[in-house]
Design a protein around this ligand. Structure first.
Ligand SMILES: C[S@@+](CC[C@H](N)C(=O)[O-])C[C@H]1O[C@@H](n2cnc3c(N)ncnc32)[C@H](O)[C@@H]1O
Length: 267
């Protein structure tokens, strides 16, 4: 049970008048998405368009939307960005942080099968709530890697893709900063849309339990801090380059960010 102070803060965040109230869009501009993915991965738009049409067949066969949903989980469009990334990088492994019921893990596993890859999937959470995959398909690891991401992930697995879909401020900071120190890992982060960014967060950064769509998410705040952009709502954050990495935030329902080392994409 949360201490009284945090329970009161949670109630305040939920019910205060004119509280921050994000409305997640149900429609995505697919042409813009295709062209943004093509641009981020240095691929021809035609190739991404043809992947999208095959991907729609996969989603329909597996009933992804019906079984896994679209909002509050990795949507079809966000899963498609991960699908293109898997197709492009063909990694030895994919590390997910933030499993929940395993909806995103299911979509990732189905992409791996469809693309005939040999990618192993490890998925981290702090609680076992899995419904959508079997233990022989992906390994669930119950561990908080905050403060230990190098030992627990970057030095432990051969380079691959990390899909970060957990909201604690410290965890986001640690994973994004560690990824930017390397040029062999690709990092995707869920929930980076400006809609999910409350510029006036009212919860402490060290309190992971209260974070919800009602409070706003830390993702853009963390990225703004790391990439030296003052305002987390500044749209420069959606397409930004450093000497070694590129950051893209796709205009999907929840906003999916990709942090890619340039040497991997433009080799
Ligand atoms: C938004 S849900 C993940 C949703 C899932 N990826 C999907 O698309 O269906 C966030 C998950 O992060 C988990 N989480 C919270 N703190 C964590 C931490 N420090 N390490 C790993 N997982 C954490 C929560 O338990 C929750 O299951």
């Amino acid at each position: 049970m949360l201490p009284l102070r945090l329970r009161l803060l949670g109630l305040w965040n939920t019910f205060k008048p004119q509280s921050y109230r994000p409305v997640i869009p149900s429609q995505v501009d697919h042409e813009a998405l295709v062209s943004d993915i093509a641009d981020a991965l240095w691929q021809a738009p035609k190739r991404i368009r043809s992947l999208w049409s095959a991907y729609q067949g996969l989603m329909a066969r597996k009933d992804h939307v019906g079984k896994l949903g679209q909002i509050g989980t990795t949507s079809s469009e966000e899963a498609f960005v991960l699908h293109c990334l898997l197709d492009f990088a063909r990694p030895a492994n994919l590390i997910e942080i933030g499993t929940y019921h395993g909806g995103s893990t299911r979509r990732i596993l189905d992409s791996i099968e469809e693309l005939q890859l040999d990618t192993a999937v490890f998925t981290y959470d702090i609680e076992d709530m899995v419904r959508h995959f079997r233990p022989d398909e992906a390994e669930l690891i119950l561990r908080d890697v905050s403060g230990r991401v190098d030992e627990e992930i970057f030095d432990r697995y051969p380079p691959g893709i990390i899909y970060l879909d957990a909201h604690p401020w410290q965890l986001l900071q640690d994973v994004a900063r560690a990824a930017l120190k390397r040029e062999d890992w690709i990092l995707a982060i869920h929930d980076c849309s400006p809609i999910l960014c409350n510029p006036r967060m009212t919860i402490p950064k060290d309190e992971p339990r209260l974070i919800s769509a009602r409070t706003g998410h830390w993702e853009r705040h963390v990225l703004a801090d790391i990439f030296g952009v003052e305002d987390p709502l500044d749209e420069r954050l959606d397409k930004l380059e450093t000497e070694s990495h590129s950051l893209r935030i796709f205009g999907s329902q929840h906003g999916l960010a990709l942090i890619m080392p340039k040497v991997l994409v433009r080799a």
